[in-house]
Design a binder for this molecule. Structure first.
Ligand code: FAD
Ligand code: FES
Length: 504
């Protein structure tokens, strides 16, 4: 079994050099996931000079690690959205999702992207009789909003369900190949993508341009789109109004044919499945076991549990790939899209609730409208400014800084820290060196790597993630490799080095 995303392992991703100069553009897009690349392409088509800055490689973020369903069906959401946002708000959300799905289909067709795009029904189901009414409420709400919703009592899953909501004519695809196609179209039209280029600060200048700093060069832009899953650093205070949630995925081959529908359960723990077309009709993707980033100490058990369920439910021949990834949840279940509260020139899109393939594409459509100076009918519901004005954002940041400092103060000498000599090759965790608690990882050659176990974002304590060999932060979801480099934001700086002598 390969421990990497099936989508990145089976796509030819484009490669570009890092920024090594100073550049001036109309629009700088930060982030090479589905939001960044779709926005870049749509803005370029409106005559704007656009550059994409990507910290790692195209697709290295959550888009390269999804389940790959492009659907307006987001579990059970529409009845709840009507309650929270009224009919108009829920309708805007539904319209945006439908348009996002069709935008993906249109771009794939027009650009001839071979990404296995397949129309299929999307199913959200329960196996519990007491949840049946929720399914029926959802069908009523979704149908009223113009979505293709119907109740299903039977499915192509190998077990009985109590009831399900079906949306016909949705999409599943290969997200790696789709992203590679978007990137190729953007660069073929003259748009530069700079990989290995992490933006470490975004500063508005007196002349209302925005300067983006990276370790190897600078960009001056008239407008900036921050499409980094969660905005970096303190930008907009979004880290304080979202929660990071990770999930686990498997790509498996079955002895017989896999279900052709895309399905997700509302029962706990959640299980999401869809066909995996590469091996043929017997391929299946299974995703589940979501939890807050950094909250589970035994992440290996998450994979083991998902695999056990898959083997108990389907006739599994082999598990070929496994991976995990994260996304951010918002308090009112709608992503934040549009102008950041702190700058007219800086646009953001975040909080996709693990449904950012349709939502993120819809976000790109909204952002492209804003960049071109046009209005967009969905923006009042997604408005990134609803987080609050500049003063609210300032208070959010201050409160979070305080939480980080308090947590750190309480953890200088962790009683659970082990002697460093106890770490075996491949193991990591808090270790005690000379009375100081540091983060340690022993590599396969036996060398000990140490880092300060405080997050470089706002100082919260880090937790060792054994399955991904990373340091994860529960506060806002930053993640770091054993050598301290940033894997996931909002942190932009690597972890500090322990001040004590850590040879061992
Ligand atoms: C397990 C899982 C399954 C999912 N399945 C589905 C699904 O089936 N359907 C669906 O609709 N959604 C799904 N989602 C959600 C969806 O994948 C995401 O919402 C979407 O991919 C987010 O896209 P993005 O472009 O905003 O972020 P990303 O794809 O994360 O892209 C952000 C990019 O920004 C880069 N970056 C970060 N910081 C910086 C910086 N400072 N400077 C420069 N670059 C930076 C990163 O390297 C990354 O490449 C799933 C999510 C998870 C976790
Ligand atoms: S991600 Fe904010 S303190 Fe770690």
């Amino acid at each position: 079994m390969e421990r990497r995303s099936v989508w990145l392992a089976t796509a030819e991703m484009p490669r570009s050099a890092a920024l090594d100069t100073e550049l001036e553009v109309d629009v700088a897009v930060v982030g090479g996931g589905i939001v960044g690349l779709t926005t870049a392409l749509l803005a370029q088509r409106r005559g704007l000079r656009v550059a994409v800055l990507e910290a790692a490689t195209v697709g290295a973020g959550t888009t390269g690690y999804t389940t790959g369903k492009v659907t307006a069906q987001h579990g059970l959401i529409y009845a709840d959205l009507v309650d929270r946002h009224g009919d108009d708000g829920a309708r805007r959300y539904a319209d945006a999702q439908r348009a996002g799905v069709e935008q993906v289909a249109d771009l794939a067709a027009e650009l001839r992207i071979e990404c296995d795009l397949t129309r299929a029904p999307a199913l959200t189901y329960t196996r519990l009789p007491e949840q049946r009414s929720q399914i029926e409420d959802e069908v009523k709400a979704a149908a009223r909003l113009g979505l293709p919703a119907r109740v299903a009592d039977r499915t192509d899953l190998p077990f009985d369900v109590e009831a399900g909501v079906v949306f016909d004519d949705q999409i599943h695809f290969h997200p790696g190949r789709y992203l590679a196609g978007l990137a190729a179209a953007f660069t073929a039209a003259g748009g530069p993508i700079f990989e290995g280029t992490r933006v470490t600060s975004i500063d508005e200048q007196r002349d209302r341009t925005v300067e983006l700093t990276t370790p190897t060069g600078k960009v001056v832009a008239h407008q900036v789109v921050v499409a980094t899953l969660l905005p970096p650093g303190l930008l907009g205070g979004y880290f304080a109004r979202t929660r990071p949630s990770r999930s686990y995925g498997l790509a498996v081959r079955l002895h017989g044919a896999a279900p052709t529908s895309m399905a997700i359960s509302i029962d706990t723990p959640s299980r999401s499945t869809r066909p995996w077309l590469d091996p043929g009709p017997n391929g299946l993707i299974v995703v589940g076991n979501g939890h807050e980033t950094g909250a589970e100490s035994d992440t290996e058990a998450m994979y083991a549990d998902l695999e056990a369920w898959t083997r108990a439910t389907f006739d599994v021949e082999a598990v070929d790939y496994r991976w995990s990834s994260q996304d951010y949840l918002t308090p009112d279940r709608v992503p934040y899209v549009g102008h950041s509260p702190t700058s007219e020139q800086v646009l953001v899109a975040t909080g996709f609730q693990k449904w950012g393939l349709s939502s993120g594409t819809a976000a790109a459509m909204m952002l492209a409208d804003l960049l071109a100076g046009n209005d967009n009918p969905w923006l009042p519901t997604f408005d990134a400014g609803r987080i609050g004005g500049v003063r609210t954002v300032g208070r959010l940041i201050k409160d979070n800084l305080k939480v980080g400092q308090e947590l750190v103060a309480g953890r200088r000498h962790d009683p659970d820290a082990r002697p460093a000599a106890e770490l075996r090759p491949g193991e990591g965790g808090l270790v005690d060196i000379g009375g100081h608690t540091v983060g340690g990882y022993r590599d396969s050659a036996g060398a000990l790597h140490t880092v300060s176990p405080r997050c470089s974002h706002l100082g919260c304590p880090l937790h060792w993630n054994p399955a991904e060999t990373s340091w994860d932060c529960t506060c806002h979801g930053s993640r770091f490799s054993p050598d301290g480099s940033v894997l996931d934001g909002p942190a932009v700086r690597p972890l500090g080095r322990p001040t004590t002598d850590t040879r061992g």
